[in-house]
Write a protein that binds this ligand. Structure first.
Ligand code: FMN
Length: 257
C-alpha cells in the first residue's frame, strides 16, 4: 500500500469500506454535537440514509421513542469518557421500519485528533430468534408444574390455566417420577385455578389416579366447586372413585384418618 500515492491509498481504503458488509461511520467529537463526518455505502443500505443527508448530523436521528434509554446512557458515558462500547438498540430506517442495531463505538486518535468509529450490524433475525427461544423457555416453565412436598408422605401440585393434553402428560410423568423417588403415599392435585372441562378433565385425572394407585399412592383432588362435585357424582361409575375435596386442608385431614 505504502508504494501507492496518497490519493490512491485513500480511494482504495474507501472502496474497501464501501465493499465491506459492515456499516461504518466516523464522528468528530471536536465539532459541535459530535456529528458524522463519514458513512460508508453499507450504512446507506442498512439505514436508507445516503451520506449527503447525514454528514454533519449526530447519529441519534436513527433512534425512536422506544429506543432503550439505558443503552443510550451507556453510549453517552462511553463517548464522554472516550471508551469503547457495544450495545444493541432499536433503530429506525429512513422508511420508518425498525431494526435491531448492534452498535460498536471505538475511540481512535489520528495525528493527535480524537475520532469515534462506529460499526452498525443488523441483528434483527438473531434478536427475534432469541425472543422466540425466550418464549419457548416461558412455555416450558409453564409446563413444569412444580410439585410441593407438604410432608414426608404427601406431595401437592396446583394446576393453573389451561390444561392441555400435553400438560396432562407432563403432569402424569412428573407425578409418577416424584412418587417413585420419594415413596409418597398421598398426592394432592389442586384444580381451583384451572378451567373446568368436566369430561375430558375427569378422565385425565382418573388416568393419573390409576398410575399412582399402581405405585401405591392415593390421589386427592382439591379445589372442587360444589357444582363440579355434583357433576362428578353424576358421571360414570368409574369417575365416582375420584376422591374430591373443597380445600387442600380437608384432603389433608381426610388422609390422616
Ligand atoms: C461513531 C458513533 C456512531 C453512532 N452510531 C449510532 C447508531 O448507529 N445508532 C444510534 O442510535 N446511535 C448511534 N450513536 C450514538 C448517538 O450519536 C449518541 O451518542 C447517543 O444518542 C447518545 O447521546 P445523546 O444523549 O446526546 O443523544 C453513535 C455515536 C457515535 C459516536
Amino acid at each position: 500500500m505504502k508504494t501507492l500515492s496518497y490519493p490512491t491509498q485513500i480511494s482504495l481504503f474507501e472502496a474497501m469500506l464501501d465493499g465491506s458488509r459492515v456499516a461504518t461511520s466516523v464522528t468528530d467529537p471536536a465539532l459541535p454535537d459530535n456529528p458524522l463526518i463519514y458513512t460508508n455505502q453499507t450504512f446507506e443500505s442498512l439505514t436508507g440514509y445516503p451520506q449527503e443527508e447525514v454528514l454533519g448530523q449526530n447519529c441519534r436521528f436513527l433512534q425512536g421513542i422506544d429506543t432503550d434509554q439505558l443503552m443510550l446512557q451507556k453510549i453517552r458515558k462511553a463517548v464522554e469518557t472516550e471508551e469503547s462500547v457495544t450495545v444493541t438498540l432499536k433503530n429506525y430506517r429512513k422508511d420508518g421500519s425498525s431494526f435491531w442495531n448492534r452498535l460498536n463505538i471505538e475511540p481512535v486518535t489520528v495525528d493527535g485528533h480524537l475520532y469515534f468509529i462506529g460499526t452498525q450490524t443488523d441483528v434483527s433475525v438473531e434478536y427475534f430468534q432469541r425472543q422466540v427461544l425466550a418464549e419457548k423457555d416461558e412455555e416450558i416453565s409453564r409446563l413444569l408444574l412444580p410439585i410441593l412436598s407438604i410432608s414426608e408422605n404427601m406431595g401437592a401440585v396446583t394446576l393453573v390455566g389451561e390444561m392441555t393434553v400435553e400438560r396432562f402428560e407432563v403432569l402424569t410423568t412428573k407425578l409418577s417420577e416424584y412418587v417413585q423417588k420419594n415413596r409418597t403415599q398421598h398426592i394432592i392435585i389442586d384444580i381451583s385455578g384451572v378451567f373446568w372441562q368436566l369430561n375430558h378433565f375427569s378422565l385425565r385425572l382418573l388416568m393419573i389416579q390409576d398410575v399412582l394407585r399402581l405405585m401405591g399412592s392415593k390421589l386427592y383432588i382439591t379445589g372442587i366447586s360444589p357444582k363440579a362435585a355434583i357433576e362428578i357424582s353424576e358421571l360414570r361409575e368409574t369417575t365416582k372413585s375420584l376422591l374430591t375435596f373443597a380445600t387442600v386442608q380437608s384432603a389433608i385431614e381426610f388422609s390422616q384418618r
